[in-house]
Design a protein around this ligand. Structure first.
Ligand code: FAD
Length: 294
């Protein structure tokens, strides 16, 4: 019998997983939007939901608090993200203790974005950890956690090449990671390429593709640029003609994301992980278009 509170086992237990990602909001208005979205998305019965961890440890308390409230006040299985940024291992131990006391057993282990943002140099913390693979090993040494990691369909922006990127994923697998979630996928073929490279190096764990529909062209362009990539020409060809019609652009963005989800599931993806940006509407629309039973 799989342990239904461990995401690593859930992802291997057959069927597709559907999960949603949230981030700790900055203010009270953002909190209200977040909890409304969480409540609306609960109706879709996701396999799990995750809460990001801010660069520099700025959202430490809020990540733990939101994850704890999801665990206690909703029917959903939460996962906390945790990063190496700015933390000593003593501090990381304290946070793991807080998560445990809150009943959280699932953690996404990341190096984290550098405090200056993606593309700025990594800053080591004396007494801290350097790479996500070290954080995976650190968490595994603390027992009974199901640990996931990040994967990159076109390679991490700072990786010298795709082979290096695959070796880094294998190091995280060898350290005890049970699953991976990808950066937003822009083309299904990028995802299948990543899965192939992972299999070639022996990183034999479920890799869940990340989904983010284009709802606003300039913010999507910024996110794609920050990830060190470019928007696919075939996507731009569909979106650019609608640049002056926000409603039509949004509708086409939802259609493109829905088609991508269908291609990914057809290609064997174990599930879909939606970057919700703390909103529920677009995710609910894609769910409806995919005819996912809820
Ligand atoms: P790592 O696996 O440590 O890799 C970082 C870099 O170091 C890569 O370029 C890699 O190639 C290189 N590298 C790794 N190991 C070695 C080695 N042994 N020798 C040489 N080079 C090496 N960021 C946040 O701040 N908070 C979040 O909550 C968050 N959530 C995320 C969720 C998902 C699903 C994804 C995909 C990303 C998320 N990120 C988050 C962003 C992520 O932290 C950054 O992309 C970060 O730059 C890389 O994290 P990583 O865990 O992959 O790091």
């Amino acid at each position: 019998m799989p342990d239904l509170s461990a995401i690593g086992q859930l992802l291997r237990s057959g069927g597709h997983s559907f999960s949603f990602e949230f981030f700790p909001p900055k203010d009270a208005d953002g909190e209200e939007v977040l909890w409304r979205s969480i409540s609306e998305l609960e109706d879709l019965h996701p396999t799990f939901v995750s809460v990001t961890y801010g660069a520099g440890g700025g959202t430490r308390e809020r990540t733990v608090a939101i994850t704890r409230r999801i665990a206690h006040d909703t029917s959903m299985l939460p996962m906390a993200h945790l990063t190496c940024v700015g933390h000593t291992t003593d501090e990381l131990s304290t946070i793991v203790g807080e998560l445990r006391r809150a009943g959280i057993r699932n953690v996404l282990a990341l190096r984290g974005d550098p405090p200056g943002g993606p593309g700025t140099p990594w800053e080591s913390t004396p007494g801290g950890l350097e790479y996500a693979s070290e954080l995976v090993a650190f968490l595994q040494a603390r027992g009974d956690l199901s640990v996931g990691v990040a994967a990159f369909p076109e390679g991490h922006r700072d990786a010298p090449d795709l082979e290096h990127d695959a070796r880094v994923l294998k190091a995280k697998y060898d350290a005890g990671a049970e699953f991976a979630i990808t950066e937003m996928v822009l083309r299904a073929s990028d995802y299948t390429g990543l899965v192939r490279r992972a299999a070639e190096v022996g990183a034999d764990f479920p890799i869940v593709p990340g989904i983010m529909p284009i709802l606003n062209l300039s913010s999507m362009r910024t996110m794609v640029r920050l990830s060190g990539r470019e928007m696919p020409a075939e996507t731009l060809a569909r979106i650019l003609p609608l640049e002056d019609d926000p409603a039509a652009l949004r509708a086409e963005g939802i259609r493109i994301a829905t088609e991508l989800c269908e291609q990914l599931l057809e290609a064997g993806a174990p599930g879909l992980h939606f970057y919700t940006l703390n909103r529920s509407k677009a995710t609910r629309e894609i769910f409806a278009a995919l005819k996912i039973p809820v």
